[in-house]
Design a protein around this ligand. Structure first.
Ligand code: AMP
Length: 291
């Protein structure tokens, strides 16, 4: 496994693999890798071909006052984890290498990026869309792997891929959770033991909505009320939103009469957490909420 810091070097390393007729897969990450990231890497390796993992804490997707400076950086541990995984190249550019001194052009991801996380973190998805576009242009992969954990991000990337004809196959991978149901996240490292208990309100609220759906509830207000009731039972959780939305567009729904997604976000102490769960109106699928 080779660690590469420069865009030119990663391009030429990949060009060599392409000359050999190999497919290329990209797994973009911000590092501090956990089993969630590794599940993406595993899915990428299972496709065959050359797997590139990028590790880049992208400054442009953090808002002023967010945790860019204290975001966990554990490059040596990350490289050890990836060393055992079948990844060939780990792309670790600096911010200077990535953006140069005078970058001006950004990607504007449109209305889907204004809702939910986009409303809570204005500009966040512009940073995500721009860096993902740049990574796709540098690596030019056949496949790019993203987690459903960041569901809105995944849907924005799918849109961007279609709307800008990027020509990549975007592969979404299921959320990996700890035994207690909390979705794995690099930010979980910030949580104290008590805060972690509070954070469990997120998956518990999603699970409660999924169970209500299995019980026959299709009214979105009622399902959202179920989520709210769980969240309000944890006064230390500052809820940003808890909603049931169309699974493809993330637009609000009134009835779960098509594939939907329960989405939730909030702050526990200074830590911003998000989670989501598929709500499928077909009873059989809904019987397995996945938590
Ligand atoms: P990040 O390093 O947080 O930017 O995440 C990099 C990629 O890993 C994104 O596509 C995330 O959606 C994905 N990811 C993060 N946490 C998980 C998880 N618990 N399960 C599955 N994928 C995840």
């Amino acid at each position: 496994m080779l660690r590469i810091d420069s865009k030119d070097e990663v391009r030429s390393a990949i060009a060599e693999a392409r000359r050999q007729g190999r497919a290329v897969a990209l797994v973009p990450t911000m590092g501090a890798l956990h089993e969630g990231h590794l599940s993406l890497v595993e899915a990428a390796c299972a496709r065959g071909g050359l797997v590139v993992v990028s590790i880049f804490v992208n400054p442009t997707q953090f808002l002023p006052g967010e945790d860019f400076e204290k975001y966990p950086r554990r490059i040596e541990t990350d490289l050890e984890l990836l060393g055992a995984s079948g990844v060939e190249f780990v792309f670790t550019p600096s911010a200077e290498e990535m953006y140069g001194a005078d970058a001006q052009v950004t990607v504007s991801p449109g209305p889907l990026a204004q809702r939910w996380e986009g409303a809570m973190r204005p500009g966040h998805f512009d940073g995500v869309a721009t860096v993902v576009t740049k990574l796709l242009c540098i690596v030019r992969p056949d496949f790019a792997f993203f987690g459903e954990k960041d569901y809105q991000q995944l849907q924005i990337v799918r849109h961007m891929n279609r709307d800008l004809d990027l020509g990549v196959e975007v592969v979404g991978c299921p959320t990996v959770r700890d035994a207690d149901g909390l979705a794995l996240s690099s930010r979980n490292a910030y949580l104290s033991a008590e805060e972690r208990q509070t954070a469990l309100a997120l998956p518990h609220a999603l699970e409660a909505a999924a169970l209500a759906l299995v019980g026959g509830e299709r009214d979105v207000h009622a399902l959202e009320a179920v989520m709210l009731a769980v969240a309000l039972g944890h006064p230390d959780l500052v809820l940003d939103y808890a909603a049931v939305v169309d699974a493809a567009t993330l637009e609000p729904l009134s009835q779960v009469d098509r594939p939907a997604r329960a989405i939730i976000a909030g702050r526990v102490g200074a830590t911003h957490l998000i989670d989501n769960l598929a709500l499928d109106p077909r009873a059989e699928a809904a019987k397995e909420p996945g938590l």
